[in-house]
Write a new protein. Sequence first.
Length: 215
Amino acid sequence: MNAARSHLFWGAFSPLGGLAGGGLLIMASARLAWALSVSGALLWVYFFSVLLSFPGSVGRGRKIYPRQGKSLVLIFLASFIGSIYLLLLWFLCPLAALEVFFPLCLTPLFCTGSGLFKRIEPLDLGEALFRAVSEALVVGGLLIVLALIREPLGFSSLSLPGSAQGIVLLFSFKAESFLPVRIIASSAGALLLLGYCAGLYRYFKSIYAPREGDQ
């Protein structure tokens, strides 16, 4: 695969390259606590999905998967792995799991829909796992960065997952503070922020990204 297209950040398959993860970025970046929970789910699903699916992706092991419907098998596998993460989070903090239930349910679909399993076919296991973890870290890093912008501006607070309430507030100002910009906390504000970030991304991509012909 062309090095420019497969680049973790500048490539066409990166989260901002085609905005494939735009919905997940909008939903899970309202609070830092949500972003951390979903980032952990991304790492969990990407790593274990590749680890468990790899024996059926190389050599004679490819016969494990049906010729038709392989994508459905991978979706089932990723969803099963994601459900284990959700169950563990539920045991640790039920309210935290409820708050991010829908984004957590989307992470397996995001993993399989990203084309990751096709990109790791020519790689060995170590390289495939490194690629999976790297892609998950890029998406999780973007989630956390957006959350660090949105939550302080929108809610005048910063939170971590945990406690009986689902989140632990590191700090919180009064609602009458001059700081809150409520639109940033909403989906519309997140979409505006994401559009601004995508514009900056495309500008810097034209300067620093490797070209299509580069290897």
